[in-house]
Design a protein around this ligand. Structure first.
Ligand code: HEC
Length: 133
């Protein structure tokens, strides 16, 4: 299976806060992405024309990807310039996700579509959320 090594890695990274291990965290991140984000950012992470910015190749917060948690829980309103396009539509807050779910979504985004942005821990997400309440 293509993702076996990745699953093993997730298993090590997430051991300690997930009750079950293996493919669950990545699968949950993917599933949540599909239900919570893909209707705007699209399944392939390419966004939608000049309305929704892409998440594939998205380099925001390269030092601390956990801060994406704040975009998810608080929403986001800014002028984003990316690949010659300007995005001004605000993103609505999605406040009902748990910290574990947010962690899994971020780790999914970090590794989907050729992205390679490392892994965030649930404690990183908690810290980021405390700072942006
Ligand atoms: C209803 C549509 C919609 C949904 C659903 C949505 N987004 Fe967004 N998202 C946007 C828009 C529009 C922007 C641009 C906001 C701006 O320009 O200020 C954005 C911006 C972002 C950004 C910042 C991108 C950048 O280049 O700065 C991230 C990260 C992001 N969204 C992640 C997510 C995640 C993760 C989810 C699911 C949990 C999600 N979004 C769900 C519409 C959406």
């Amino acid at each position: 299976m293509k993702y076996n090594w990745l699953n093993s890695f997730f298993c090590l990274v997430f051991l300690g806060f997930m009750t079950s291990c293996g493919e669950n965290t990545f699968k949950q991140g993917e599933m949540l992405y599909k239900t919570q984000c893909a209707n705007c950012h699209m399944l392939d992470g390419q966004g939608l024309q000049s309305l929704i910015p892409p998440l594939a190749g998205f380099k925001f917060y390269p030092e601390n990807r956990a801060q994406i948690a704040c975009i998810i829980t608080n929403g986001f309103k800014d002028t984003i310039r990316y690949n010659d396009r300007i995005y001004t539509e605000p993103m609505e807050a999605i406040p009902n996700l748990t910290e574990a779910e947010i962690t899994n979504i971020i780790n999914y985004i970090n590794h989907a579509w050729g992205n390679d942005f490392g892994y965030v821990k649930i404690s990183d997400v908690e810290d980021a959320l405390n700072d942006c309440k």
